[in-house]
Write a protein that binds this ligand. Structure first.
Ligand code: HEM
Length: 390
């Protein structure tokens, strides 16, 4: 259970935090407001740039590379930029395009399991979920294998950039990582221009060369965004899923007996412990809800995690039930920013978890307390060690 969410939903569904931001927690409100185009995105790049001025005055660095790359991230863009950029990548992420990746995902899951099989143990986050999520994005883009380790390091280094609780030093470090990332991808783009392949980078180049308005900087931004948006999220889906199933043994048994239940199980995992707990928006004009007026320009958090546990939408919301009916969760958000990678994440979650269940039916958690990631956007364990054949 999430007791703070329960209290907020019941007592103060529009809550103002001590920092002056607003939190909206009821399913019905979040669902409607996600589709309301009088809300825009929160301008994180400008805030980062303001911090940058401080670093520059003190001659200790700058954050401009990071801020400029972020300015073109879909989830930080409003229309018309959003519409244009999203149109260009959408076709690579449609369910049918992504379905073609299923064999590659399975192959990767099998390889990662094979590496640790003999040890009888696996650390789900570091040994399965992370390498799977990063490798799939890297292979879609066409990053050669020998660079996967560097790309994983960069993706990890940048993965917390949307968390509002970052210090100046952390931003400075992320800026350095962004510079390395962009430098590498710039070379890769040049190489693909000379020598196109059947990959996402080559198709972004082709789109641009046909006269669509996508600059090289925007293409580089898209590449960076995919790692930011697709890594920790998918990792949390897989590790929260393993955790929930091993803590609810009866549900794990049902899944093993009927592997076709995996689709519903993944949706229930996404609802039960949503990998992304909140997203941010800013109203373009003053706006009143449940008797409170939120001024234009204020920061609002939509709590997806709370909406997904709202009893008015989900009967017995704290029950983990892999055959839950009408599970219309908001884990992938809604409206124009609905998750671009949802179809890919579903396939990765399904194959990772069903393969583990099939091959290690007696799998157990290593006893001990769960070390959760310390932040407010993402929800998932820092590490999750399991015994494969206890
Ligand atoms: C957007 C969740 C996996 C790419 C979003 C948003 C959420 C989300 C909540 C909306 C943000 C907002 O409304 O402000 C998740 C979850 C995932 C997942 C829970 C895994 C279980 C992925 C993957 C990719 C991806 C694998 C790509 C490889 C994106 C992109 C956006 C996005 C590009 C921005 C879309 C836009 O603003 O138009 N995701 N995501 N996501 N996601 Fe995912």
């Amino acid at each position: 259970p999430y007791p703070v969410y329960t209290r907020l939903r019941e007592e103060e569904p529009v809550h103002r935090t001590v920092m002056g931001a607003w939190v909206i927690t009821r399913y019905a409100d979040v669902k409607v407001l996600l589709r309301d185009n009088t809300f825009g995105v929160f301008d994180i790049p400008t805030r980062i740039e303001r911090k940058s001025q401080f670093l520059e005055r003190n001659k200790t660095g700058e954050l401009r590379t990071l801020a400029q790359a972020m300015r073109r991230w879909l989830m930080l863009c409003d229309p018309p930029d959003h519409t244009r950029l999203r149109g260009l990548v959408n076709r690579s992420f449609t369910p049918s395009a992504v379905e073609a990746l299923r064999p590659r995902v399975q192959e990767m899951v099998d390889q990662l399991i094979a590496r640790v099989r003999d040890t009888g143990k696996m650390e789900i986050v570091g040994e399965l979920a992370c390498p799977l999520a990063v490798t799939m994005i890297a292979s879609m883009l066409g990053v050669p294998e020998e660079a996967h380790a560097s790309v994983t390091r960069w993706a990890d280094g940048l993965s917390r950039v949307l968390d509002p609780l970052r210090s100046l030093e952390q931003y400075a470090e992320m800026n350095r990582v962004a510079q390395e990332f962009l430098e590498y991808f710039r070379q890769l783009f040049a190489e693909r221009r000379r020598n196109p392949q059947n990959d996402l980078i080559s198709s972004l180049i082709a789109v641009t060369d046909q006269g669509d308005k996508l600059t090289e900087d925007e293409m580089l931004s898209v590449c960076m965004l995919l790692f930011i948006a697709g890594e920790k999220t998918t990792v949390n889906l897989i590790s929260n899923g393993v955790l929930a199933l091993l803590r609810h043994r009866d549900e794990f048994e049902r899944l093993k007996q009927d592997p076709a239940l995996i689709r519903g199980a993944i949706d229930e995992i996404l609802r039960y412990d949503s990998p992304v707990q909140l997203n941010t928006r800013v109203p373009k004009k003053d706006f009143t809800l449940h008797g409170k007026t939120i001024p234009a320009g204020d920061l609002i958090y939509f709590s997806l995690g709370s909406a997904n546990r709202d009893p008015s939408q989900f009967p017995d919301p704290d029950k983990f039930d892999i055959t839950r009916k009408e599970n219309r969760h908001l884990a992938f958000s809604g409206g124009i920013h609905y998750c671009l990678g949802a179809a890919l994440a579903l396939i990765e979650g399904q194959l990772a978890i069903s393969t583990l269940a099939r091959e290690f039916p007696k799998m157990e958690l290593v006893p001990g307390t769960i070390d959760w990631q310390k932040e407010i956007i993402f929800r998932g364990p820092q590490t999750l060690p399991v015994l494969l054949n206890p």
